[in-house]
Ligand binder design. Structure first.
Ligand SMILES: Nc1ncnc2c1ncn2[C@@H]1O[C@H](COP(=O)(O)OP(=O)(O)OP(=O)(O)O)[C@@H](O)[C@H]1O
Ligand SMILES: [Mg+2]
Length: 478
């Protein structure tokens, strides 16, 4: 028995040299998996080119292809080091490391047993300090994620590379001068300017550039492609980027820039700046799978501290909203009816309260300008911030406001990034942002003004900040 085992492992080891040249064969032989055609391209490029750049639609197997490549490097090259990075911890740990672990489990036990899979590291058991893959989040503007790796046999892997700041790539430049060292970058081409975009443009001659269209991938369902086509149109930037892996005409940008949210944060408002305006109550109701519901009170340029509730049912939430309606006496109450919101609306009406339902997927009031209602209310919220709107000093709300990207649909209307696409990028559902945004669903005048000759305004933009405080906005999406 002992002799037979030794012979089998000796035979396996004798393949290492061939697998070094043929990573697809390595995956087939040691994992019993057939890489897709896209993954074939990725693996062969990584084995034979120093620089591989992949731009791709969603779900084509990039992260899995990278995981296969990482195992190939670790198993076939003694003392290999594989620094791995992505823009967020979620992308790195929950997605890429999960794939690494998943494909590692399929690996032939003789090889798998040589490695320990830890939460952010895979190490060779005999040489844990010199033979490993390590994951580090690429924080914006910092270069430490890929720093400190100077030997040969290095393979850098960067997932969601279009969201990684150029500075993070600085340490790679020096390391790639060594023979045998390589880099794989991949992602959804949302950005037109950073390091990853340059690999396809200005620096193209130095890179092996690959494009994976989700329409050609056996891993992507036809329904996903049809849904994206029906919603945004084939000619939209969104379809190009999220499905075809092509660059958009204009980059996907943050709708609300950091400096705009920061200028609004914790800003003191004198009562005369808002007390004339309508009082608006906004409610974002937890969706299935999410557990946070948020109530917002806004009067003109003033936003009161938000109330956040975790894991409560619709009846309890309706009770909290009803309490605000009777005590604060808003001029209008807006409730997001997606998910479980309909239950809250029913209960409030049963209690005799007037409620305005907001359906994020509805046609916008200005349908020439906005893709849907949610895009419109966020666009209006941005205009309000520019006009001097104030928000509480609350990290959750600021993070939510600066989270969503926007692009244009095939009718050139502003389309806000969907929550599920944000989740794919490792961001939380922006419940606090949506809760404030619903207060912009309709223009409302104070009840005390109704019927008289007063103008119907929600806030007075002229009462806002001087331009200088919100300048630095280098785009205007609308
Ligand atoms: N060769 C394969 N055979 C079978 N299933 C696969 C294969 N490659 C990947 N998968 C599975 O297909 C799904 C999508 O793969 P993956 O997450 O790697 O795609 P992606 O291009 O990184 O997606 P995203 O655009 O969301 O980042 C995963 O569940 C993965 O485990
Ligand atoms: Mg991925």
């Amino acid at each position: 028995m002992q002799t037979a085992t030794i012979q089998v492992t000796d035979v396996l080891d004798s393949y290492l040299e061939q697998w070094q040249q043929e990573p697809v064969l390595f995956v087939q032989d040691t994992m019993g998996v057939d890489p897709t055609l896209h993954q074939n391209q990725l693996l062969n490029s990584v084995a034979h080119k120093p620089r591989t750049a992949v731009k791709s639609g969603h779900g084509t197997g990039k992260s899995s292809g990278a995981a296969m490549a990482i195992w190939w490097k670790l198993v076939c090259f003694p003392y290999a080091r594989v620094p791995v990075t992505a823009p967020t911890a979620h992308q790195l740990e929950d997605i890429l490391w999960a794939e690494l672990s998943k494909w590692g489990k399929k690996l032939e036990p003789h090889f798998r047993d040589q490695f320990d899979i830890k939460s952010k590291k895979v190490v060779n058991r005999a040489n844990p300090d010199d033979w490993f893959a390590v994951g580090r989040t690429a924080r914006r503007g910092e270069s430490d994620a890929l720093q400190g790796f100077h030997d040969d046999n290095l393979m850098f892997v960067v997932d969601e590379a279009f969201g990684v700041h150029e500075k993070n790539f600085e340490p790679v430049k020096g390391a790639l001068t060594q023979a045998g060292n390589s880099i794989l970058i991949m992602g959804n081409p949302t950005d037109l300017t950073g390091y990853a975009a340059k690999a396809f443009k200005k620096n193209r001659a130095r890179w092996n550039c690959l494009t994976f269209n989700s329409e050609d991938s056996p891993l992507v369902s036809a329904e996903y492609v049809e849904e994206m086509e029906a919603e945004y149109g084939r000619n939209s930037d969104i379809f190009k980027v999220r499905v075809q892996g092509e660059f958009p005409r204009a980059a996907f940008n943050q709708l609300i820039a950091h400096n705009l949210a920061d200028a609004a944060r914790g800003k003191f408002m004198r009562p005369e700046m808002y007390q004339h305006a309508a009082k608006l109550l906004g409610v974002d109701v937890a969706r299935f799978g999410d557990d946070r519901s948020v109530i917002t009170k806004r009067q003109g340029l003033l936003t009161h501290p938000q109330q956040k509730f975790y894991g409560i049912d619709t009846m309890t939430l309706a009770g909290h909203v009803a309490h605000e309606i009777t005590t604060w006496k808003p001029d209008a109450t807006f409730v997001d009816v997606g998910g479980m919101g309909a239950g809250v609306v029913d209960r409030l009406r049963q209690l005799g309260h007037e409620v305005i339902e907001v359906n994020f997927g509805d046609v916008a009031t200005d349908e020439n300008k906005y893709h849907n209602k949610r895009s419109e209310i966020w666009g209006e919220m941005m205009a309000w911030l520019k006009a001097g709107g104030s928000i509480p000093d609350d990290d959750d709300l600021v993070d939510d406001l600066v989270g969503p990207l926007y692009a244009h649909d095939s009718k050139q209307r502003l389309a806000l990034e969907r929550k599920r696409d944000m989740k794919k990028r490792g961001l939380a559902s922006p419940d606090c942002g949506d809760s404030l945004a619903v207060t912009f669903a309709e223009k409302v005048s104070p009840k005390s003004w109704r019927g008289d000759a007063q103008p119907k305004v929600d806030y007075d933009p002229l009462q806002g900040l001087p331009d200088s405080e919100t300048s630095g906005m280098d785009y205007n999406p609308i």
